[in-house]
Unconditional design. Structure first.
Length: 267
C-alpha cells in the first residue's frame, strides 16, 4: 500500500536550556528510610504487577526476569513476543515510523506526516495524553504536538523518554543523564556515566532502570557464559533519586525493560 503524505510545515518554538548548567540533584540520605531501593522496588513490582526483564532475548519462549530483591532471576514463559519497538501512541491512533525521516502514521487513514527529516525517537516517546511525543534532532530534545504540528525545543541532548505519568522527560547530554519537566525549566542530573545506556521508565514512573559497566569479571552470566566485561542493571528511585544495582549482566549487555506480569505465564 502506498501511503498518502500530508503536507505540513510545523512551527518551532524555542525553550532551550543548556544542560551544561544543569541543576545537580542532591544526594538524599537513606539512613532514616524504612526500605532500601531494592526492597521498595520489589514491593512496587508486586503491587504494580510489573517486572524487569531482558526482553530482547528469548529461549524456548522464555525471557529472563530479574529478581530485584536478591539480585537473581529466572526464566519465565511469555504469552507473546516482547521484543518490539514501542512507538505506538497510548490510545493506539497513531504510530511513529522511520521512512526517509521521522514520520507520524495515522492508524485509520494511513496518512503519513513528516515530523523531522533528521529526527530519532525511542520507546517511551509518547506523552500519556497521546497528543505529544518527544524526540531528538540535531543535538536537541524536541516535543512535537500531533494536533497543531508545533515543535518545541526543550533542551540540548538526545535519547529522550517520557515518563508514563507525564511529569518528566529523561534524556542524555554529554554523558549526563538528566530529567526535565515537559513544560521546561532547569534540567536535573540523575547521574553521569560514559558507559550507561538502555534507560527505561517503570510503568508507575517511580523508577528508572539502566545498564552500565561494572561488577565482578570472575562470575558467570545468566546464560552460562563467562563474563569478559561485566555490566550491571541499575535502578534509580525517582522519589529521592537513590540508586542501587539489581542484576549482573555482560557485554554486550542485553536491554532490560519493564513488562506487565499479564504478559508472563504464572506471574
Amino acid at each position: 500500500m502506498i501511503h498518502a503524505r500530508a503536507t505540513f510545515t510545523p512551527a518551532v518554538k524555542l525553550l532551550v536550556l543548556n544542560c551544561s548548567a544543569l541543576l545537580v540533584l542532591p544526594q538524599v540520605s537513606t539512613a532514616g528510610q524504612k526500605k532500601s531501593v531494592r526492597e521498595d522496588l520489589a514491593e512496587a513490582e508486586r503491587t504494580g504487577n510489573y517486572s524487569l526483564a531482558a526482553v530482547t532475548v528469548e529461549r524456548n519462549g522464555e525471557v529472563w526476569v530479574a529478581s530485584v530483591s536478591n539480585r537473581g532471576g529466572m526464566w519465565v514463559k511469555v504469552k507473546r513476543p516482547l521484543n518490539k519497538e514501542h512507538l505506538n501512541s497510548p490510545d493506539g491512533k497513531r504510530e511513529v515510523v522511520y521512512r526517509h525521516g521521522l514520520r507520524l502514521l495515522d492508524a485509520d487513514s494511513h496518512q503519513e506526516r513528516l515530523i523531522d527529516a533528521d529526527g530519532s525517537c525511542w520507546h517511551q516517546c509518547w506523552a500519556p495524553d497521546s497528543r505529544r511525543l518527544v524526540y531528538s534532532s540535531g543535538g536537541r530534545v524536541r516535543i512535537y504536538d500531533v494536533v497543531s504540528g508545533a515543535i518545541t525545543d526543550l533542551a540540548e541532548g538526545e535519547s529522550a523518554r517520557w515518563s508514563p505519568d507525564g511529569k518528566w522527560i529523561e534524556f542524555e547530554f554529554k554523558n549526563n543523564f538528566c530529567v526535565v519537566s515537559p513544560t521546561g525549566g532547569a534540567s536535573r542530573q540523575i547521574f553521569k556515566s560514559k558507559s550507561a545506556y538502555g534507560v527505561s521508565w517503570s510503568p508507575d514512573s517511580r523508577f528508572l532502570s539502566y545498564i552500565k559497566l561494572g561488577g565482578s569479571s570472575g562470575g558467570f552470566f545468566i546464560w552460562g557464559m563467562k563474563c569478559p566485561e561485566p555490566y550491571r542493571v541499575w535502578v534509580v528511585r525517582v522519589d529521592d533519586w537513590a540508586a542501587d544495582w539489581v542484576q549482573n549482566t555482560c557485554k554486550p549487555g542485553f536491554p532490560f525493560e519493564w513488562v506487565k506480569n499479564s504478559d508472563l505465564v504464572g506471574q
